[in-house]
Design a protein around this ligand. Structure first.
Ligand SMILES: *Cc1c(COP(=O)(O)O)cnc(C)c1O
Length: 387
């Protein structure tokens, strides 16, 4: 059915060899040589002092908040246009998420809105480099410094992205990454916490390993967690890291091809700001309205092309919608956006097929051929089917 998935990891490097090494050596649990190799190589890659591997990107955020001492009574500023995990982690520690709206051009958190939302209770700003585009870090760091609040970077979608030649994750006080199967580098499930601060990394390591005391075996001095990564996952991660530059180049190439073939169509894209290096985790477009978005997604799916809707703004979800609030730009982007297939191995011929289908659909719509879904289904398929 699905001919072009929205994502698929590329595992053709040393993944198999390193995993086999884990199996043959019996080092399959959360101790072993691949863990420190992966952590060290990761820290070096994005140029931070410390990195510690964890079981996924959500717990990475939980640990980052705990390490900073964020808890009940604290407010954490977070963009509403993000994946749910960024916000849930704030709830896990008992703090209150304070949502901010997005910028229309880059889709990132609006610094002016961040500044407006700072109160005496604000403990941290949790930034998300959405879809691989870096946030406006100069502005955010200035605001954070001025008001004495921490900056957490949720860089789950932005491995390798740069703001003024500095890798994201190396700018705020602490940062997190995810290695889920559709992220730029993957370990199946996995995550990383990074920081330049020795105290913060010590706290994260302490908490991820059941709060084990350093001075006595099997003695625990805080309520900790088992948030460790396995050696097998780290083995995959190390192999992925070896190919990371290539993946990023391929993803930027995919984005350039989409831009080329969508050029004359009535769609908007996420603009790459000056002075940033965008890694295009998911190449995304905006169409005219929510109805066309849903119809287009159905149309593409019928032709074997899988897509995703842009993130729904979290402030519209039941558990975060009280008090009632409105964030106009995020809502507009969230209802109109589509993530297109964006994986490193995607071929130019596949991108052409996706763009041809979008063009055919929008062309027909413009001619008022489609008024409802039944009509769409009835219209003969014209786009470039490859088989
Ligand atoms: C993927 C993702 C996460 C969470 O990662 P998991 O590894 O799936 O737990 C957190 N934040 C953002 C923005 C993400 O895209």
């Amino acid at each position: 059915m699905i001919e072009i998935p929205v994502y698929q990891p590329s595992l053709s490097g040393n993944e198999k060899k390193y995993v086999l090494d884990c199996l043959e050596s019996t080092w399959i649990s959360s101790k072993g040589a691949y863990l420190s190799k992966f952590e060290d190589a990761f820290a070096q890659k994005i140029n931070v002092k410390h990195a510690t591997a964890v079981s996924n990107g959500t717990v990475a955020l939980h640990l980052a908040l705990l390490a900073l001492g964020v808890g009940p009574g604290d407010e954490v500023i977070v963009p509403t246009l993000t994946y749910i995990a960024s916000v849930n982690a704030i709830r896990y520690v008992g703090a209150t998420p304070i949502f901010v709206d997005s910028l229309r051009d880059t889709w990132q958190a609006d610094p002016a809105d961040i500044e407006k939302k700072i109160t005496s209770k604000t403990k941290a700003i949790l930034l998300v480099h959405l879809y691989g585009h870096p946030c406006n870090m100069d502005e955010v760091m200035r605001i954070a410094k001025q008001h004495g609040v921490y900056v957490i970077e949720d860089a789950a979608e932005a491995f390798g992205s740069k703001y003024r030649d500095v890798c994201v994750g190396a700018i705020g006080d602490i940062a997190t990454f995810s290695f889920f199967g559709n992220k730029t580098i993957t370990t199946g499930e996995g995550g990383m916490v990074v920081t330049n601060d020795q105290t913060l990394i010590d706290r994260v390591k302490h908490l991820k390993g059941q709060g084990l005391a350093t001075h006595r075996q099997y003695w625990h001095d805080v309520v900790g967690y088992n948030y460790r990564m396995t050696n097998i996952c780290a083995a995959i991660g190390l192999a992925q890291l070896e190919q990371a530059d290539q993946f990023i180049e391929q993803k930027r190439n995919v984005a350039n091809l989409y831009k080329k073939y969508l050029k004359d169509l009535p769609v908007e894209i996420q603009e790459e700001a000056p002075d940033v290096f965008h890694t295009y985790w998911m190449f995304s477009i905006l169409v005219a309205d929510a109805k066309i978005r849903d119809q287009l997604r159905d149309y593409l799916l019928e032709r074997g092309i899988e897509t995703r809707p842009l993130f729904y703004p979290v402030h519209t979800m039941p558990m975060y919608s009280t008090p009632f609030q409105s964030h106009k730009v995020a809502e507009d982007l969230g209802w109109r956006g589509i993530n297109l297939p964006s994986y490193p191995g995607l071929q130019e011929s596949q991108i052409i097929k996706v763009c041809d289908c979008i063009k055919t659909f929008l062309g027909k719509r413009q001619n008022n051929l489609y008024r409802n879904r039944a009509e769409i289904a009835a219209v003969p398929i014209r786009c470039n089917k490859q088989n």
